[in-house]
Design a protein. Structure first.
Length: 427
């Protein structure tokens, strides 16, 4: 990859986009949405090649689920794109403004970041999400997907670029896809060291990818996090609600970062809740139970602990803080909400946490003390998503505390600058 040539082209494209108004950008994005709809057959065909290769390489079905595109998912991608079109353009927004004592007018306004790079794994829907948010906010984007989704990404980018080329004022050079070769990550190193060529880099994927970007990048990074999410079942919990939410948060789509990986249970309700939970999961989830949880389940459902198909196993230290991304979950019993908070804060990835409780005091304490980008009360962590938050698409979930936190929508790809108007003032 000739990174300098690529980023020079992207820089030029970002400068063109910076001069466009919302209607011009929306018209281009609408053309992309129509093109994705018309070309869904070729996109699904390319995706099938990726899926077949993934299965041949022994990839787990839960991870393949992240890779999969079908008509329903393409409908979702198009819907997210149309939601982005419907959002207010942040570029030019006046964040603050005032007049100084000497008569100068100062305005703080939103402007694009410029050239954005995203390094991501598996999920080809991210290709459209990242592009649409970048384009709407006036940025050009460099996409570095994984080899497992490369054929899907190539076809999606082809459709996007052709749609942009066919619209008056469209800027097809605002999107570039890095050619990916198996086991070759030299291009990633180039991106991470592209000081002056790339304005910000976003990693989106597993723990290993994110750590590599954060630890080795010389360009600015907005850190996203892997998802070690917890569900805390309080002493004052509605246990039926807790079971229903646990089922949704673990089983609905276990391969995503907002699925729960650990259920923390107050000892006061553990004997009642854990058998209910095991019955709700109905053998669909392997439970790695700490000593107290294991003894409760052993007494209540001994058959779940027996044989090669056992669904209840003794937890090891490695289970706590582990991101399974599969039909597995660990169980931790605690004696107080304070212990639950301490345990979660020491084992989570600052992503999403939830408490099930009828106690207002306990829920407010939990929300105040848990260190995470999203903290829920009596709701599934699966709602941590740009679409669910009303942002349309998302760039990922930021788990850092500077610039952006939580689901990242359009405004994350903007910064501000001060515009000062004077009448000859000197200092």
């Amino acid at each position: 990859m000739d990174l300098k040539k690529t980023t020079d082209s992207l820089r030029s494209a970002s400068q063109k986009l910076a001069l466009q108004n919302a209607s011009e950008k929306n018209r281009a994005l609408a053309a992309v949405a129509d093109a994705l709809d018309k070309n869904r057959a070729s996109i699904i065909a390319a995706n099938k090649l990726d899926i077949d290769a993934a299965r041949a390489n022994g990839m787990s079905e839960s991870i393949i689920d992240r890779l999969l595109l079908n008509d329903k998912r393409i409908d979702g991608i198009i819907e997210s794109l149309r939601l982005v079109i419907g959002q207010t353009d942040p570029v030019g927004e006046e964040v603050a403004g005032w007049k100084t004592p000497n008569g100068m007018t100062i305005r703080q306004v939103r402007v694009p970041l410029g050239v954005v790079a995203i390094i991501y794994e598996n999920r080809p829907n991210v290709t459209v999400d990242a592009f649409s948010l970048a384009y709407k906010s006036g940025n050009a984007i460099l996409l570095r997907g994984s080899s497992s989704s490369y054929k899907s990404n190539v076809e999606i980018v082809r459709v996007i670029r052709e749609a942009l080329a066919g619209v008056e004022g469209g800027v097809p050079e605002a999107i570039e896809l890095v050619e990916v070769r198996d086991h070759d990550h030299s291009d990633v190193d180039q991106i991470l060291n592209a000081v002056g060529m790339i304005d910000v880099c976003l990693p989106r994927g597993g723990k290993k990818l994110i750590q590599n970007v954060v630890q080795n990048a010389r360009v600015p990074v907005i850190e996203t996090g892997s998802g070690v999410c917890h569900l805390y079942v309080d002493s004052e919990a509605n246990l039926d609600m807790a079971c229903t939410i646990a089922e949704n948060a673990k089983i609905q789509r276990p391969s995503v970062c907002n699925a729960i990986e650990c259920i923390v249970v107050h000892s006061k309700v553990a004997a009642d809740f854990l058998p209910k939970l095991e019955a709700k999961f109905a053998g669909r989830v392997k439970l790695h139970a700490d000593e107290r949880a294991y003894e409760i389940l052993k007494a209540a459902v001994p058959e779940a602990l027996e044989g090669p198909a056992a669904t209840v196993l003794p937890a090891t230290e490695a289970d706590f803080g582990n991101e399974y991304l599969d039909y597995e979950c660990c169980i931790k019993v605690v004696d107080s909400i304070e212990e639950a908070i301490s345990y979660i804060n020491s084992h989570n990835t600052k992503h999403s946490e939830s408490i099930i409780s009828e106690s207002r005091a306990n829920t407010r304490l939990f929300q105040s003390m848990i260190d995470a980008s999203c903290v829920y009360v009596n709701a599934s962590t699966r709602f941590t998503d740009g679409g669910e938050f009303g942002f349309g698409a998302e760039l990922g979930i930021s788990t850092q505390k500077l610039h952006a936190r939580g689901p990242m929508g359009i405004k994350v790809l903007t910064t501000t600058k001060y515009l000062i108007d004077g009448e000859g003032q000197i200092r």
